[in-house]
Design a protein around this ligand. Structure first.
Ligand SMILES: *Cc1c(COP(=O)(O)O)cnc(C)c1O
Length: 475
């Protein structure tokens, strides 16, 4: 399998070549040259496989430059009951008549980012060893991504993580999760500032070509293709648990922010998995709902990006949408680049509403969307609790709300659960008046000793801190 850029760069790289890359050299996103097609006989064969083996079958189609035995062992080491809490890895349960929940949040940080990040950690470890290289990951987080990255990279000898977070602004639980890690290769930096300050510092540091090269700086953001491909697996897995045979079609509803999760659903559908509709659920930050309803894609400014009670979906733009746009435009890289670069630079927006191609988003690719608010979220959490005896987190609640409006009686609906309620305890208490249960391994986590450095929101200071830590290690 070879990978090309959505903006036309044609290097035709292999999977391992793009593993450590973020954007393609032309600023586009990497996509596979073709989507491998899965026929009925293959679906029959895959139906009964345990999760790790299914992951191996699917990922091997995309990572065909890794020897099969190596990839099989990487998948087997990644998707274990010890790490993901059960033999199923992704348990699928019934919520209400016709609606099922696929639990993606049983990994080390209790959010769906673990599904991909755990695999990425093991893939990076493998590839860096093969190349004899090292990697220093510099990132910014407001919660989920940073902790998933730290738990995936902890103890990996060739990788170090420098993760910035806004000092005092994460929930006590999220802070405890990250700051209680004492591995030598994990560095928590609490920045005196807000999340945007942290992100700006990452931009400055990754824009410093010399520092980046000298210190082998990289990122593990949501546009990384390996993360996306890991997410394709659970669409197949959940399908097999809900559809009684491979002739049945299902719908998915996905709590969405950067469009990474639901983009993997698009890939699964393009491979031939019988998905009828992919419903994109947003919170009040409804960039994606607006796009799928009207064809208008409008990047929000900082002041128009709201802080909501489903904070992991508080985005101003949807970084992964470009991958779908590329397919929607008939893989016309020139047009994709013109919309993503020229139009966005000039207008912070583009509008496909009047373009005949836009109707295909729904008709041909099955996309629909919906939006949920704080009031919807609370009402949905309460209803699931009172009627169905199930406690769901605020992000999953946004999807359950939107799925309710979109479900069709003949088609099973699968909602992806992206976090456990305990991570967002305040909202759960507001909704149902009681404290969310906490898995035993997280008892008393807030009392554990914490390890983090508080630094000013100054790129020069942070850069010096990173350089000093790396130097101390070499000597
Ligand atoms: C990251 C995240 C999302 C959004 O996923 P995208 O891939 O950005 O669309 C939704 N819910 C939770 C809990 C998350 O951590």
């Amino acid at each position: 399998m070879r990978y090309i850029s959505t903006r036309g760069h044609q290097d035709r790289n292999t999977f391992c070549e793009i593993l450590l890359e973020g954007l393609a050299p032309d600023g586009g996103l990497y996509v596979p040259e073709i989507y491998p097609q899965v026929d009925a006989a293959t679906l029959d064969r895959w139906r009964g496989l345990p999760y790790a083996q299914l992951a191996f079958e699917i990922i091997s189609l995309y990572a065909d430059d890794i020897p099969l035995d190596d990839l099989k062992s990487i998948c087997a080491r990644t998707y274990t009951p010890e790490v993901f809490g059960s033999d199923a890895i992704v348990p699928v349960r019934a919520l209400s008549p016709g609606v099922h929940i696929a639990g993606l949040s049983n990994g080390p940080t209790l959010a769906f980012k673990d599904m991909a990040m755990q695999l990425l950690g093991n893939l990076l470890d493998y590839e860096l060893a093969r190349r004899g290289e090292e990697l220093n990951i510099v990132g910014a987080t407001s919660g989920d991504t940073g902790s998933a990255a730290e738990y995936a990279m902890r103890g990996k000898r060739r990788i170090r993580v420098f993760m910035m977070s806004p000092h005092g602004r994460m929930s006590a639980f999220q802070q405890a999760q990250m700051f209680s890690l004492h591995d030598d290769n994990i560095h928590n930096i609490a920045v005196d500032g807000v999340f945007d300050d942290c992100q700006d510092i990452v931009k400055v540091i990754s824009g410093d070509a010399e520092f980046k090269r000298n210190h082998r700086i990289g990122a593990v953001n949501s546009i990384n293709w390996a993360r996306l491909v890991a997410q394709v697996v659970y669409y197949f897995w959940a399908y097999f648990r809900v559809a009684p045979d491979n002739g049945t079609s299902v719908d998915f509803t996905v709590p969405s922010g950067n469009f990474g999760n639901v983009c993997a659903g698009h890939v699964a559908r393009m491979m031939g998995l019988p998905i009828s509709r992919l419903v994109v659920a947003t919170n009040e930050n409804d960039v994606l709902d607006e796009f799928f309803r009207t064809g208008l894609y409008r990047v929000r400014g900082r002041d128009d990006t709201l802080e909501t009670s489903s904070p992991s979906m508080d985005i101003s733009k949807a970084s992964n949408l470009e991958r779908f746009l590329f397919d929607l435009l008939g893989r016309d890289a020139g047009r994709t680049g013109s919309l993503m670069v020229d139009h966005l630079r000039q207008h912070s927006a583009f509008d496909l509403g009047d373009d005949t191609v836009f109707a295909q988003a729904a008709d041909r690719y099955g996309f629909q969307s919906g939006r949920s608010t704080h009031a919807d979220r609370l009402a949905t959490i309460r209803e699931c609790w009172q009627r169905y005896d199930t406690l769901i987190d605020p992000h999953t609640a946004d999807a359950v709300k939107v799925a309710g409006a979109r479900a069709e009686p003949q088609t099973p609906m699968i909602v992806l659960e992206t976090a456990l309620p305990v991570k967002f305890a305040a909202t759960i208490e507001e909704a149902v008046g009681q404290v969310a249960p906490r898995p035993a391994r997280f008892e008393g986590i807030e009392q554990l000793p914490k390890r983090f450095a508080v630094l000013p929101a100054d790129p020069a200071v942070i850069r010096a801190f990173i350089a000093e830590k790396l130097l101390a290690r070499v000597c």
